[in-house]
Design a protein around this ligand. Sequence first.
Ligand SMILES: [Zn+2]
Length: 356
Amino acid sequence: MYTHRRIIMAIVFAFFGNSVLLAAPKQDQAIPQQRSMRYISRSADDAKAWQEDVRARLFLLLKMDNSLQRRNSIPFSANELSRADRGTYHIMEVEINSTSSRRIRVVVTIPSSKAKPVPAVVCIGGHGSDLYSPYDPKTFSGEGPRKKSDSIYKGFGTVLAETGYVTISTTVSQHKVYEKGRLLMTERLWDLIRCVDYLQSMSEVDKRRIGCGGLSLGGEMAMWLGAMDERIAATVSAGFLTTMDQMEQNHCMCWKFEGLREHVDFADVYSLIAPRPLQCQNGMLEPASQFYVPLARRAMDEIKTIYKDLDRPENVILDVHGEGHVIDLPGLVYFFDKHLYENRWKQEIYDMRTKR
Ligand SMILES: [Zn+2]
């Protein structure tokens, strides 16, 4: 019986096999290969080499490879537009050169105590945000009532400002490209890199302790900034960890640019941050069509691979919280305090909890 079946199959293939082969897509019509640079476990040295290769490839795709070398020659020509004293910190709005022909506005907060250089955080908003969105209304005056959409950020910039961090914020929510030959994602990332440049120029900032954090598109840009700018010492990426397959549906497509999918998925971009500390935040109330926790867990399993290979498995964490598409404020503050402020509250909290 079995032999019979094999003979019949052989005959069927003899008749139809050719047409099946002819019907297969030709090489040039084939679907482009996806994720050709996917990270798979390897030695620590090879993992670092992989990061260099992927970063170089992404800079090429972003058409950013030349501009990076040139940026030291671009003066900030900072112009302070406003300044206010908020007690524990000062806030100012400043205009600086992002490129040699484009200026951007940034909000900067500086702690009032001038003890020694302190850590700093680049605070990043998502779609519909502006440079004030990560802050609480009490940080700025005369701006009118807070936009309801901004409540998702929980004023994390204000909390960091009040607790001894320098903070900086700019606007990355635009969807138009300002300069010829640039990409949208390039201009967004570039402006954030310039924020880091600006922080590094400030005497109040400890250059080795600069972090970045954001939600949604801001979480995506925190991923990009942490991945591509190795000066970032700690990254909080909230409301963004997922897969590119998921982002192809029900989402603004501004995340995508030519060549990206062919080389990497988001887990690979996050993997460029290793071994530097990374916290991703995803809320349990995110629906399956959005930044769904089960998908985030799967992506996080992939990211953990390179942290293990680089012998820093403790430096990456998925913070699953009970809300939806919002910042988990205690989680964010804990993470930055731990990695940028030497876990400063640890002993105090222990003492408090063990006091009899
Ligand atoms: Zn968009």
